[in-house]
Each structure stands twice: as structure tokens, then as C-alpha cells.
Write a protein of this length. Structure first.
Length: 226
């Protein structure tokens, strides 16, 4: 069984090594990055469940990465020397799941990482069955039913619907959907996404010309109305 993966984003090489030792001691797989650019690339390739994020990066403010990592469905634990309450509030408001101030106790940090994984598992379990109108999306068994009857979807159609179902009633950006379903190289191919959404509406909507299950935020993305 593959160990759960943690991405460490820290520009200080000494602290980065320390964090890697702590994470691997806890039984997790670790990958690390020293810049924001490297971190985003690794997040797309490695798809870590948890990210330990320093805010003081050389090429970009770490606060900007909070939302970008959350968009990749990662749990974000900020590990920063910034003690100002406003910074903590800003990070949490942007979606960070926890905030650890440097210098940190390694045992406490590892406990917070364990808690982050527990919360992920609990949250994922709650979202295994999603309902939108008369459509039922079973994420555990990759099945979709409409009015009790199973609906056949292509792999791409299911993957797009599943991404929307994992965060119902929230807009998921075009770029994120394309990265997750087609891969980073296809992030600009919005036409791929439009074709798949049109097919989903034909199969799932009562009136595909007036969709109410999958709504479009013009220029932004799509939302599953659960």
C-alpha cells in the first residue's frame, strides 16, 4: 500500500530537511520544494494529500499558494515564522486548514499532520454519495443513477462529474478541472471541457437547453447544484 503523501514547501534547506525527516518518521511519503514554482509543479505531478507550506518563499508570497493548493484538493498546513494575527487570519480565510508557528515542536507538528489525514478521511467518507436533483453520484463505486436508473458515462464524463460532486455547490475552475481530468498539459483546452459538460447535460438534465444541475459561471468554471 502506498504511503500517504506530504508536500513540503520551504525555502530554507535546513528546515526542509528537518521537516522531511519528521514526515518520513511518521510513516508518510515526503516530497519537497524550495520555491512556489517548483511546489506547484510537484503538486500537479505528485498529487499530495497534505501540504506543509511556508509563507516566505523567494519567488511568490506563500499566501497566494494557499488557494492554489486547495484548488488541487490538498489539505494545507501553514508552517511559518509570521506570528502576526492578521497573517494567520488571512491564511485561514484563504482556506488553510491549520497554522503552525516557527519554531515548532516536531512531535506537535506530526500530531497535526496525523489530524489532517484523519479529517480528510472523515470528510471523504461523508462525500461518497452525492445527490443533485434526481441524480445520485456514488463516488465510491463510480456509479451514476438518474431516477433510480443507472446512467452510462464515458471515463472523462464521469471524472468531470466526480470532480464537481466532490465539492457540490461550489464553482470549480476550468483550469482545475482540466488539470485534474486531462492533465497539466491540457489546462488551456476549455473546448474539451465544454464538450464533456454538454454530454453530461444531455444525459442528466431534464431539459439540457436549460440546465439546472450543472451550472456555468461564465469565464470561471462549473458548479454542481446539489
Amino acid at each position: 500500500m502506498t504511503a500517504p503523501k506530504v508536500l513540503i514547501v520551504e525555502d530554507d534547506a535546513h528546515i526542509r530537511r528537518l521537516l522531511r525527516i519528521v514526515i518520513e518518521r511518521g510513516g508518510y511519503a515526503a516530497v519537497d520544494a524550495g520555491t512556489a514554482r517548483e511546489a506547484l509543479s510537484l503538486a500537479d505531478i505528485e498529487k499530495p494529500e497534505v501540504v506543509l507550506l511556508d509563507l516566505g518563499l523567494p519567488d511568490r508570497d506563500g499566501l497566494e499558494l494557499v488557494q492554489l493548493m486547495k484548488a488541487r484538493r490538498a489539505t494545507v498546513l501553514v508552517v511559518s515564522a509570521r506570528e502576526d494575527t492578521a497573517e494567520k487570519v488571512a491564511a485561514l480565510d484563504l482556506g488553510a486548514d491549520d497554522y503552525v508557528t516557527k519554531p515548532f515542536d516536531t512531535d506537535e507538528l506530526l500530531a497535526r499532520v496525523r489530524a489532517a489525514f484523519r479529517h480528510r478521511l472523515a470528510s471523504e467518507a461523508e462525500r461518497q454519495l452525492v445527490f443533485a436533483g434526481d441524480v445520485e453520484i456514488d463516488l465510491e463505486h463510480r456509479r451514476v443513477r438518474r431516477g433510480g436508473d443507472e446512467v452510462h458515462l464515458s471515463p472523462k464524463e464521469y471524472d468531470v462529474l466526480a470532480e464537481l460532486a466532490k465539492r457540490p455547490d461550489r464553482v470549480i475552475g476550468h483550469g482545475q478541472l482540466l488539470r485534474t481530468v486531462w492533465g497539466p498539459a491540457h489546462e488551456g483546452h476549455v473546448d474539451y471541457l465544454r464538450i464533456v459538460v454538454r454530454n453530461l447535460r444531455q444525459k442528466l438534465e431534464i431539459d439540457p437547453a436549460r440546465p439546472c444541475l450543472i451550472s456555468n459561471e461564465v469565464g470561471v468554471g462549473y458548479r454542481l447544484n446539489a
